[in-house]
Design a protein around this ligand. Structure first.
Ligand SMILES: NC(=O)c1ccc[n+]([C@@H]2O[C@H](COP(=O)([O-])OP(=O)(O)OC[C@H]3O[C@@H](n4cnc5c(N)ncnc54)[C@H](OP(=O)(O)O)[C@@H]3O)[C@@H](O)[C@H]2O)c1
Length: 311
């Protein structure tokens, strides 16, 4: 039996990421229409067989699946709102980085205009698109995700997280938060050893296996955080985890202390509230209660988080 024709796709936005997404669908045989605000960015894709639309409306009506990959939520609305009628009954996949509330707002806007909307969070850089390491997180109605999936799977592993359109950006930004804080810690360490003439390259040779080994702690920390059981056995106490010595060493070396001071502030709020003997993971309560005295967060008022899954 001949295989069904590859669904057509439109890509709005030909920055570094949009161009990579369009190139991948084109290479996989999907009829691909592209549009970009600034003319001239479609040339390479057009030479490879893409149809370059001159207006958003022309691009929007050209395909069943319309992908939008722009700068931010505001630019997405600016581009889509004038052509909402042309998008009705189409599947809109927004892989622009947005906040969860922005994604939910776009979902509401889409529903009002009869558009099926899926939100995406790209966990890759453009050069990874179409390769084995790329993953894109999605959320929104499962049937819309399934409709778009033949296209989405061209970019990497497609992971659907649930109906709530805010879930994909929530995971996306939470993973990026983990990454940025880790990298900032690495850069702080590199600056520290740099004061003794050690190169960042040498430091990275030790930091990479050390940080990789430390990630084995995440599952145990997660269990403590979910159960909110910071007083259980085997936990390194907050008093022991106070990074004041790292701060002093950094000050002695004439370095900025912002990265370590941020961790110490989170620790201090819990210690000052009387939780110094509790485990280090309790700093999550400093994050969860930004405007409150940590002392107000009593163990008997804290509810465990029920484990949830994604598919
Ligand atoms: N690059 C990455 O590694 C990466 C990874 C994951 C997620 N993302 C996300 O993917 C999205 C695009 O990233 P990118 O790397 O492709 O960015 P980029 O290279 O800076 O491209 C930005 C795109 O947005 C368009 N744009 C900006 N403001 C606009 C407006 N008001 N109206 C119409 N078009 C507008 C630009 O058009 P012009 O050419 O006319 O300026 C361009 O096509 C972002 O949300 C980003 O966070 C990127």
């Amino acid at each position: 039996m001949p295989s069904p024709p590859a669904p057509s796709v439109t890509v709005l936005g030909l920055g570094a990421m949009g161009s990579a997404l369009a190139a991948a669908t084109l290479a996989a045989g999907h009829p691909t229409t592209v549009w970009n605000r600034t003319p001239g960015r479609a040339e390479a894709l057009a030479a490879a067989g893409a149809r370059a639309a001159t207006t958003v409306r022309e691009a929007a009506v050209a395909a069943e699946i319309v992908v939008v990959c722009l700068l931010d939520h505001a630019s997405v609305l600016e581009v889509l709102d004038p052509v909402a009628d042309a998008l009705a009954d189409r599947t809109l996949v927004d892989v622009t980085t947005t906040t969860p509330e922005e994604s939910r707002a776009l979902a509401t806007w889409a529903a009002e205009h009869g558009i099926d909307h899926v939100d995406g969070g790209i966990m890759a850089v453009p050069s990874m698109i179409g390769g084995p390491g790329a993953e894109v997180l999605y959320s929104g109605p499962r049937d819309a995700f399934d409709t778009a999936r033949p296209v989405l799977d061209r970019w990497g592993q497609s992971s659907w997280l649930g109906d709530d359109p805010g879930l994909a950006p929530l995971y996306d930004l939470a993973l990026l938060a983990s990454m940025y804080a880790m990298f900032a810690g690495f850069f702080h360490g590199a600056a520290m050893v740099g004061t003794a003439g050690v190169s960042a390259t040498d430091f990275a040779r030790r930091a990479a296996p050390w940080l990789a080994a430390m990630t084995s702690e995440l599952a145990d920390y997660a269990d403590v955080v979910d159960r909110r059981d910071y007083g259980g056995p085997g936990q390194q106490s907050l008093e022991f985890s106070d990074p004041s010595d790292i701060l002093r060493a950094s000050e002695e070396a004439g370095l900025a202390t912002d990265v370590v001071a941020a961790v110490r502030a989170l620790v201090r709020r819990q210690v000052d509230a009387g939780y110094g003997a509790d485990g280090f993971a309790r700093i999550v309560e400093s994050i969860r209660n930004p405007g409150h005295d940590a002392g107000a967060v009593r163990a008997d008022a804290e509810q465990p988080i029920v484990a949830g899954g994604t598919s």
